[in-house]
Design a protein around this ligand. Structure first.
Ligand code: ADP
Ligand code: MG
Length: 326
């Protein structure tokens, strides 16, 4: 079990006001601990519906679940899927195109080689890597609910599934009449509205080197997703091997970053981008930010330096100096 990535600074119960009840639940799904919080009289019903939805999506998206849709696609090279799976894959493919392949769900064969499934970790040799890389980068076609995979292509939606799920939970909260809530699915945080007292949510970015936090974001109605090299990794011969793979080398991305946090309204995009920007490194990530916009980001580099995109001015605090990038 990976360490909690982002600590949510307590959204304090408004005891003085007395009306805004806090409802919360902890769920273990998608290989991580999820904390759900919803405020107000509909909170309990919203949490129940949210839990049901998380388990349903986990069942569909879990590569190892033989009754799941990703499992079936990988086994059969394609097939008919639900709107959820089709939507997830379409989104994943958009992010692959947007990031020039830095995000690529077809890294599955390489993930398997490193043993990130089943935690059967090992360092593959060059020939094994080359063979696995042959199967990376293939086609993923989604037409309506029909998915077609290229020869040998296998999908791993792990870099986007939690963000996709958190976005769905926001819809469920809204449908149930909740206007203030927060979900934290491992490293994927998504906020609905503001805190019950109208102030922004406070979301901490973990210090990659310690148990504390490196910075705190003030957020309203948005997602904040962190990818870091300390979330899931193993050590061999004094070297750390983490779980964010550079699809161009088949090796753990080595771009000089310890973590990337992406802030944007869409949880799935935030999740996919956090993985991709980690692979791309700060300079390429900033180029993408300047070109395409639509998100903000915080970078913590190997020597602990913190940089953030200019849109986060006034929304991020740290005891350390933060360099804002234009
Ligand atoms: P976490 O799942 O720990 O929150 P990420 O969102 O960064 O972290 O996703 C990492 C997961 O994404 C890996 O466990 C793997 O399933 C998948 N993955 C790893 N590298 C890539 C990549 N370059 N593109 C797409 N998915 C990836
Ligand atoms: Mg991700």
């Amino acid at each position: 079990m990976k360490r909690a990535l982002i600590f949510i600074l307590a959204a304090l119960l408004l005891t003085s006001c007395g009306q805004t009840e806090e409802h919360s639940a902890t769920v273990f799904a998608m290989d991580t601990v999820m904390e759900l919080t919803a405020y107000g009289e509909n909170g309990e019903a919203a949490l129940e519906a949210a839990k049901t939805e998380i388990y349903r999506l986990d069942g569909l998206f879990d590569r190892r679940n033989e009754d799941g849709e990703i499992f079936a696609l990988n086994k059969n090279g394609g097939g008919e899927v639900s709107d959820d799976t089709a939507g997830l894959l379409r989104r994943g493919e958009e992010i692959r195109a947007l990031t020039g392949g830095a995000f690529d769900m077809t890294v599955a064969p390489v993930m398997d080689l490193w043993g990130f499934y089943g935690q059967d970790y090992r360092v593959p040799d060059g020939a094994e890597l080359a063979a696995a890389l042959e199967k990376v980068g293939g086609e993923v076609t989604v037409e309506g609910n029909t998915v077609t995979l290229g020869e040998g292509t296998l999908l791993d939606p792990g870099g986007i599934a939690k963000g996709w799920a958190s976005a769905r939970l926001m819809e469920i909260f809204r449908e149930k009449g909740v206007t203030s809530g927060l979900v934290s699915l491992g490293g994927s945080v998504q906020a609905l509205g503001s805190r019950p007292d109208g102030t922004p949510w406070r979301v901490a970015i973990q210090d990659p080197d310690g148990e504390g936090y490196a910075a705190v974001l003030s957020l309203t109605d948005t997602a904040a997703v962190t990818s870091g090299d300390y979330q899931r990794y193993f050590e061999q011969d004094g070297k750390i091997y983490h779980h964010i793979i550079d699809p161009s080398t088949g090796r753990p991305a080595d771009s000089g970053l310890r973590s990337v946090t992406v802030v944007c309204r869409d949880g799935a995009l935030a999740d996919g981008l956090s993985t991709a920007l980690f692979v791309m490194g700060r300079e390429r990530a900033l180029d993408l930010w300047r070109e395409s916009g639509g998100f903000e980001a915080v970078f913590i580099d190997s020597d602990g330096g913190i940089a953030a995109t200019a849109g986060l001015r006034g929304l991020i605090r740290s005891d350390k100096e933060i360099v804002f990038c234009e």
